[in-house]
Ligand binder design. Sequence first.
Ligand code: CA
Length: 322
Amino acid sequence: MGRGSVFPVFAVVAMAVAAMGLVAECEGAKAPAAPTKESAERTSYTETVEGVNLAMVWIPGGTFKMGSRMSPEEVVKKYGGAAGDEKFFRDEHPVHEVELDGFWMGKFEVTNAQFRKFRPSHSSGEWEGRDLDGDSQPAVGVTRNDAKAFCGWLSEKTGRTYTLPTEAQWEYACRAGTETERYWGDDDETMGRYANVADQTARDSLKKSLEKNNVRWEEWFVAKTTDGYVVSAPVGCFKPNAFGLYDMIGNVWEWCGDWYGENYYASSERRNPTGPAAGTYRVLRGGGWGRDPRLCRSANRYGAAPVGREDLLGFRVVRTQK
Ligand SMILES: [Ca+2]
């Protein structure tokens, strides 16, 4: 896995930006469905409290193979990288079977508008003049502790327990039954329809901006696709996975509940694993708008200090009771 210093060029790239053209169609910007009554059969509902409208989707329990089908060598061979980068992908192994109970998960990443109901002073800021703080864009610059505090606030207000997904819940929900690199398949070209990642749009914009200021820059790994966004997109602009979840890959990295354990997969419990008992970093999943295609894969694992705060760290919530 690689934390900040591993990919230095990305520090420069922690950029932001404006959405171009697709906003009106984004699912997350639409008015929420009317609140639905609790029932054993329902598969979705909208949590409405204090002006926060959180769309929740039921993820049925099941068994899946957690981890990457590609070896670290195959990842680097396919996507490129410096000598020795293979070591950043060893934590995606061994592939192991995990069984999970069903749970509710946020259909979208938590947005700025939602987060501001909890913390009115919140601003996701901007990057190089590109806005990260739109109401429908995901809340970023949110530490893992902030994300947990939001869950605690929401639980208190609703009487229902909301929290962050475990790493296993996250990967199971992301894969939605798939074993491919991403929930839509293995090729880069179609990525632009499903996820906002470091793409040609972002590369061209960054290159122009840096060259204008005479800043020398290294070539940036980007996906061979065009998704239309340089920084975070409003939630729900891209195609959902088979569970009906949006932006599981790309847009913003999502905080999980687990401590990050590089070797955890070798000793993980099979049923409802919750990660190592202790650690230094908390798990992040899914990659984000400034991240290369190697980090925007269902199996990729990342981590940061729980007080870490960056332009592309956000979250979504889960609720475990049916
Ligand atoms: Ca992009």
